[in-house]
Design a protein. Structure first.
Lengths: 293, 261
């Protein structure tokens, strides 16, 4: 029992890293633009299908394929921002963004259902069903590779935000859009690129998700509810919060599944959200005051 | 000389020429014109203080100068070049910076980072470093609290850091929108002292001030705005001592003093 719980914790941390990456994109978009991107779930699935197609039809390794799918999703994100998001008025942007991104999500879901049917598929590669045996625990290669990739991309994202001029302009826009404009930051451009980046990371998350789960377009609903729970738990707009919350939630879920029953795992996931929010209404790392916008 | 790429911050400028000129500016927010033909000049090297009752159009005027609001009619020229239609960013690039009424620091960033953000448009790191050094000498708080989050400072301290930040662009014209807002009397004095310091450092200042008496005392030029029109212009002292103005605005609504004759 003890070792199976440790195994569950290891699994939770490894998959939590990948969820952290997907959630980081979602929270970045909210932080900069006050937009709740409900389409993040379907973008993950779109990324998974892209990797799947490249692997099945062109024989491209899913990790190598990220060189194509990440830029592709970045372009999709830019397109959605340009086509819809920037047309939302500042005052009621958050509420409207939920409706608009939901609509975008439904359209993409329809296109995916037509293109790939509703049959479940899964991404295959040599490392998907193999594990490395370490100190008595089994570490599936795909979890390890996925975790390392997520860590590398999160570090890259951190470096972009905290070590570059563009990153400074993103952080400034995240904290106060008006003040950012006053120092000469082109907030609109920053928003577009941030949206692109927030969506682009789903390509990487989607690839690992699609290799560890059988999926179809409707899987996006389960995904988005988890991702939203993670970013709300972490505190909307907080990257570090998303990271901690993702690992916490996935570990919790895996431990409950082993120690208690898989049936309760998902329920506990959302119960944890309710409990934390009743103590800290702005989430673990959220600003405890209302946004001053 | 005073563009953001200028090498040396803060040299004193001649107190004669016209830096900014408004001519017949008509502007508003859709619900009718707030400014109904505003004409006045801001003289280089001076402190121009705009006073007037609430709703006179003071904030609208500043929005038009900084490019946030495009005037419907009239012209705004800076060193003889038309500004109407330029983006806020382009206007900033010409050396007109604005410190808004509400606190505008990036709360989660350190004081030093905040000040450095003021030079966002300046790409030459050497220039940024030089200016930072100069500004730190003017505003000791920038060095003392360099690593503290801006959100942890008091209201008055935040105001000073905002001033420091706006100087990082080596602006020709500093526009201050009611800097005394929300400050206690003691902090207020040191804030006005700092405005004087910025002026001594060679900046032309355009100030909107609710605290009309303090603002006009500080100013070389005064502009009284009323109902979207300029009611009176003159030196700060002239406006301050004008009988009607004194009774209307400076005595306050509580106990208007009888006009001196």
């Amino acid at each position: 029992m003890g070792s199976s719980i440790v195994q569950a914790i290891i699994d939770g941390v490894l998959t939590g890293g990948v969820y952290a990456l997907m959630a980081a994109g979602l929270t970045l978009i909210f932080g900069v633009m006050d937009i709740i991107n409900v389409a993040q779930g379907i973008f993950v699935i779109l990324g998974a299908y892209l990797s799947y197609s490249l692997s099945v039809h062109a024989g491209i390794d899913p990790f190598l394929g990220l060189l194509i799918t990440i830029p592709a999703l970045f372009v999709v994100g830019i397109g959605v921002e340009w086509g819809f998001m920037r047309r939302l008025k500042e005052g009621d942007r958050t509420a409207m963004s939920i409706l608009v991104t939901y609509a975008v999500s439904i359209v993409i879901e329809g296109v995916l259902n037509i293109s790939f049917t509703v049959n479940y598929v899964q991404i295959h590669a040599w490392y998907v069903n193999r594990s490395v045996h370490l100190l008595g625990f089994y570490l599936p290669y795909i979890y390890v590779f996925g975790f390392v990739m997520a860590a590398v991309l999160l570090i890259a994202l951190y470096a972009l935000l905290y070590r570059t001029r563009f990153g400074a302009s993103v952080r400034a826009s995240l904290q106060d859009r008006t003040a950012a404009r006053l120092v000469g930051i082109d907030v609109r451009r920053v928003s577009t690129i941030s949206f692109g980046i927030g969506v682009a990371v789903t390509a990487a998350g989607g690839m690992v998700f699609g290799a560890t789960n059988a999926f179809n377009a409707s899987t996006s609903y389960d995904l988005i509810s988890r991702l939203l729970a993670i970013v709300i738990l972490g505190g909307l707009g907080s990257m570090g919060g998303a990271l901690v919350a993702a690992v916490f939630m996935l570990v919790l879920e895996d431990v409950v599944a082993v120690a208690w029953s898989p049936i309760w795992a998902t329920a506990v996931f959302f119960a944890a959200l309710v409990v934390v929010l009743s103590i800290r209404p702005a989430g673990l790392f959220g600003r405890q005051v209302a946004r001053a916008q | 000389m005073t563009s953001p790429s200028a090498e040396r911050p803060g040299q004193s400028r001649a107190a004669s020429g016209v830096l900014l000129s408004l001519d017949g500016v008509v502007a508003g927010y859709g619900g009718g014109d707030v400014l109904k033909g505003v004409t006045f000049d801001v003289h280089e090297g001076g402190i121009t203080c705009i006073v007037g009752p609430n709703g006179a159009g003071k904030s609208t005027l500043l929005a038009a100068v900084s490019g946030i609001l495009r005037p419907r009619l009239g012209s705004i020229s800076f060193r003889g070049e038309n500004l109407v239609g330029s983006s806020p960013r382009a206007i900033l690039g010409r050396g007109i910076v604005q410190v808004p009424q509400n606190h505008s620091l990036f709360r989660e960033m350190s004081v030093r980072e905040n000040v450095e953000m003021g030079a966002f448009l300046v790409r030459d790191r050497r220039v940024v470093a030089e200016r930072l050094e100069h500004i730190t000498s003017l505003f000791p708080i920038v060095a003392q609290r360099a690593r503290d989050k801006a959100g942890s400072l008091s209201g008055g301290q935040q105001r000073l850091v905002e001033f420091a930040r706006c100087l990082m662009l080596d602006p020709a014209l500093v526009v201050l929108d009611e800097p005394s807002m929300g400050l206690d009397p003691k902090t207020l004095r040191s804030m006005f002292e700092t405005v004087r310091l910025m002026h001594a450092d060679g900046r032309t200042i355009l100030l909107v001030e609710q605290n009309a008496r303090a603002g006009l005392r500080l100013a070389t030029h005064g502009v009284v705005l009323e109902n979207g029109r300029v009611r009176l212009t003159g030196t700060g002292r002239e406006v301050l001592e004008h009988p009607e103005i004194g009774a209307l605005y400076l005595g306050g609504a509580v106990a208007p003093e009888p006009a001196r004759s």
